[in-house]
Design a protein around this ligand. Structure first.
Ligand code: CU
Length: 118
């Protein structure tokens, strides 16, 4: 009996420590959440996807060209302008003000998209 009790209390301590560590690490993970939000737009088959993306202020939007044709993302109002992105190349822009930002591909002006910043 005494041996059994000892075994249980001996086990309880590491279990408690493990639970505390788990609780701690989950808190650390929550704190480590990126304070700067990010969003992604894929360019594929002559289409910006999603065509309209709605993001909170401060979001960095990254365009990735997964098409086998070069494309750009150029703001209609001159707010941002990517270079020509070849396949798998990226362009990022951080939106620090609310508004609706229309953009297009300067290589194929019929390709259009919108970033709504709230
Ligand atoms: Cu294009």
């Amino acid at each position: 009996m005494t041996k059994n009790k000892l075994w249980i209390s001996g086990l309880a301590v590491p279990v408690l420590i493990a639970i505390m560590l788990l609780a701690l690490s989950s808190r650390v993970t929550a704190n480590a959440e990126p304070s700067a939000p990010a969003a992604a737009v894929k360019i594929d088959n002559f289409v910006f996807g999603p065509q309209t993306i709605t993001v909170p202020v401060g979001t960095t939007v990254t365009w990735t060209n997964v098409d086998d044709i070069p494309h750009t993302a150029v703001s209609t109002d001159g707010v941002f302008k990517s270079k020509v992105m070849d396949t798998d190349e990226k362009f990022s822009f951080t939106f620090t003000k609310t508004g609706t930002y229309s953009y297009y591909c300067s290589v194929h002006p019929k390709m259009t998209g919108k970033v709504v910043v709230q």
